[in-house]
Design a protein around this ligand. Structure first.
Ligand SMILES: Cc1ncc(COP(=O)(O)O)c(C=O)c1O
Ligand SMILES: N[C@@H](CCOP(=O)(O)O)C(=O)O
Length: 419
């Protein structure tokens, strides 16, 4: 099954429901979208994609937020908080410092629960309602669990989240707790948690809402749609490159799908598709390894470690969708050390943009690629920042200034700040 950028638009199979169906990206088998619960292909276990008889054009979009893009989604509306419409920040000092023609920051930390996951959950929980499932579940490094708990609560559904014990930032656990998720702390890493939750889903115990679920990625496509529309409106052109953190590789896959569908409908020239450029932490970089070595498959990293706990992932399940996305768009992937992630977090904060460590990898990666001459100085670049600063208060304290104790006295305060 081809994930080529310029593959011909698919024609609707008999399994299509109102012009929507699921297709296996490996063997091409198709399935009715809502007749049964499935996450992978019944025949070859390949990843599934949602397909549409009528891929969208920009003229089809109206309204605000994720649901402005209903013409690119399987429903007209979802379980919403609402989400999307995130800012595209200008960061002039950082732009000059990195040395590119134009740099914009798409700050997905400004979604309702503070990360891009909300875009996927508004669609995913809507689908869960359509399927009539009971309990929703996910494995998580934190943000997916926060979003699932909030959207599950909004939809009136119970949620179960499996987290790697001791490796999830405080803000994210607090969100899952308050939104009434049942929280299981597993003595293992994120990939182990995902193995277990997949087993639970296969046994019919839960409905899985990680990005293995193809409907989650439909919502996350809207990041790409917003970037293209807003960048073109502001600058009359599309960005040359989108740089993003990579964990389970859902966003890379979703952005590539967004571009492919626009190319299929004729709304976007293949020449105008931004180069997808993935960034991982050096301690958790299986996608970078595959890109650098030219492999079509990922080698699972059993031991992963990084300050960017959100992307502490050794087995990105969406790699079969994301690797073609990086290659077909002419992009690349790069790994960055933790110190450079923290430096980038500070640099964004110095422009007023507060992000969690994983988000800052996009800037750290862009810097590295500029230093290596892979990114040119005349490029127009959008960096995706995926989660809010408050998600990980410990990392923010470690990277930022220490509070200074002072006496309860104006003269003493004046003397202190004069030092
Ligand atoms: C803040 C943050 N950034 C980046 C990622 C990586 O995104 P993806 O899994 O879509 O590659 C995640 C989770 O995976 C995340 O929580
Ligand atoms: N960073 C993620 C990891 C899981 O990713 P998903 O997109 O597959 O749900 C998280 O926040 O848990």
């Amino acid at each position: 099954m081809s994930l080529d950028l310029t593959a011909a638009p698919p024609s609707a199979p008999a399994t299509a429901d109102d012009g929507v169906w699921l297709a296996c990206i490996e063997c091409g088998e198709t399935f009715a979208p809502f007749s049964a619960i499935r996450y992978t292909c019944d025949h070859c276990d390949g990843l599934l994609e949602v397909r549409y008889a009528d891929p969208p054009t920009f003229e089809d979009f109206e309204g605000r937020g994720v649901w402005r893009y209903a013409a690119a989604l399987p429903f007209e509306e979802g379980v919403s908080l609402p989400e999307g419409d995130t800012p595209l920040h200008h960061v002039p000092r950082l732009e000059a410092d990195v040395g590119v023609d134009r740099l914009r920051i798409k700050h997905e930390g400004m979604n309702p629960t503070g990360s891009f996951k909300d875009r996927g959950m508004t669609v995913g929980v809507r689908v869960a309602k359509e399927l009539g499932v009971g309990r929703l579940a996910c494995a998580s490094t934190g943000n997916t669990s926060a979003a699932l708990a909030a959207y599950g609560a909004r939809g009136g559904m119970g949620t179960l989240v499996l987290l790697p014990a001791g490796k999830v930032a405080a803000g994210k656990i607090a969100q899952a707790a308050l939104h009434d998720a049942r929280i299981l702390e597993v003595d293992g890493n994120f990939d182990d948690c995902l193995d277990i939750v997949q087993d639970l889903a296969a046994r019919g115990e839960v409905y899985l809402l990680n990005s293995l679920n193809p409907f989650r990625l439909e919502g996350q496509k809207t990041i790409g749609l917003e970037i293209l529309e807003e960048f073109r409106q502001d600058h009359g052109t599309y960005p040359d490159r989108i740089v993003l953190p990579v964990g389970n590789a859902g966003n890379t896959s979703a952005l590539y799908k967004c571009f492919r569908e626009l190319v299929q409908s004729g709304a976007l020239d293949p020449e105008d598709v931004p180069k997808l450029t993935g960034v991982q932490a050096e301690g958790a970089a299986p996608m970078v390894e595959a890109i650098e070595e030219g492999n079509d498959e990922i080698r699972r990293w059993p031991d992963v470690e990084t300050i960017a706990t959100a992307i502490r992932i050794g087995n990105p399940v969406n790699a079969p969708k994301a690797l073609p996305g990086i290659r077909e768009t002419g992009g690349t992937a790069v790994a960055v050390p933790d110190e450079e992630i923290t430096d980038a977090q500070r640099a964004l904060a110095a422009e007023g943009v507060g992000v969690e460590p994983a988000s800052a990898t996009s800037i750290a990666g862009l810097r590295r690629l500029r230093d290596r001459g892979v990114v040119d100085d005349d490029e127009q670049v959008v960096c995706l920042t995926t989660g809010h600063l408050l998600k990980d208060p410990d990392a923010a304290f470690a990277a930022g200034n220490d509070p200074e104790p002072v006496p309860n006295d104006t003269e003493a305060v004046l003397a202190h700040i004069a030092e």
